[in-house]
Design a protein around this ligand. Structure first.
Ligand code: F6R
Length: 227
């Protein structure tokens, strides 16, 4: 299932989020990857950056697989692409198995021709007192590229997007957040036990996400149906 919200849609579709139900995650992922590729190429023709907001987790994996395939087999270039990841556990070292830096490198970044200077992922290694400054800087960087053209989202069992757990304000900004106990339980297997899951994360806020020019929220399978 995908929800699509675009600034360029007419008023009616702004009020009613378009929902598409697909037969399976694979079919939907291929369509979403095609949409991303079309945007990348359109922006390239305009000699412009294509700014993508990206999630991690199981949901986007097949979208990334298809983008990598398009790069390797169809010559899709990511030279004009700038990426901003939604979130990272805090604290977290980038080389760790569970780090979102590692996840993104494995599934997308190391497999396409993205320029290293165009990749942005919240830094889980900085001292806690430096986090607010880091978050302000992260938002400034997004602004310097003219905002996010397309934000991809998954959704957690708590209903979180990014790591904006229930209670997050609609205008919330990039910040350090405490993870919900359900999110910690869901991450336990990745960390070989609940006690090893970081209790906090750095996440872009709901306010940041809603500023994106277009959003695609993906939710696959029965486990996500209720939320
Ligand atoms: C991760 C993120 C989260 C996930 C959500 C769903 O960067 O932003 O909101 O999208 O926890 O995770 P999966 O896809 O593993 O079910």
């Amino acid at each position: 299932m995908t929800f699509l919200h675009s600034d360029s849609e007419n008023i009616r579709s702004r009020e009613n989020l378009p929902v598409t139900i697909h037969h399976g995650a694979r079919e939907a992922s291929v369509l979403i990857a095609k949409e991303i590729a079309t945007l990348i190429k359109k922006k390239k023709e305009l000699n412009d950056h294509c700014v993508l907001g990206l999630p991690t987790g199981s949901t986007p994996v097949e979208v990334y697989d298809e983008l990598v395939r398009m790069h390797k087999e169809d010559g899709l270039s990511f030279e004009n692409v700038v990426t901003f990841n939604l979130d990272e556990y805090y604290p977290m070292q980038p080389y760790k198995l569970q780090s979102y830096v590692r996840f993104m490198r494995e599934h997308l970044l190391d497999q396409v021709d993205l320029k290293p200077e165009n990749i942005h992922i919240p830094d889980g290694t900085i001292p806690v007192e430096e986090v607010p400054g880091f978050c302000r800087n992260y938002e400034e960087k997004v602004k310097s590229y003219g905002g996010i053209d397309l934000q991809l989202l998954g959704i957690g069992r708590t209903g979180h997007i990014g790591f904006n757990e229930p209670g997050s304000g609609k205008k919330s900004r990039t910040r350090l957040i405490s993870l919900d106990h359900i999110t910690i339980a869901d991450s336990a297997s990745d960390f070989f036990g609940e006690e090893n899951v970081p209790k906090r994360a750095i996440t872009m806020g709901i306010g940041n996400i809603l500023e994106s020019k277009q959003i695609i929220l993906m939710a696959w399978g029965e486990g996500k149906a209720k939320i």
